[in-house]
Unconditional design. Structure first.
Length: 88
């Protein structure tokens, strides 16, 4: 495989920035959906009277961790497109 002087292989230079940006924007949209579902799940667990307290605490902890990961990914997928690629 031929390599250029930079870290990017030459065959990837033909991929337009708008295509890469659209790819990461799709991940942004998917993560927004996942984050919304996680928040709704957390609210359901909090208000649901049928779930035992010990299970609620553990489930809420897991959901908060998942929300942190999803929220961080969402932010960075957007930033990758907006700052780095600047689609034309």
């Amino acid at each position: 495989m031929e390599r250029s002087t930079g870290s990017e292989p030459t065959w990837t230079k033909s991929i337009p920035s708008w295509a890469v940006c659209d790819w990461f924007y799709m991940f942004f949209i998917v993560n927004v959906f996942v984050l919304t579902m996680l928040v709704l799940s957390a609210l359901y667990i909090i208000v649901s009277p049928s779930i035992p307290r010990s299970v609620k605490a553990f489930d809420i902890f897991k959901l908060i961790l998942n929300m942190l990961v999803s929220g961080t990914s969402t932010l960075f997928f957007y930033i990758i497109c907006d700052r780095s690629l600047k689609p034309v």
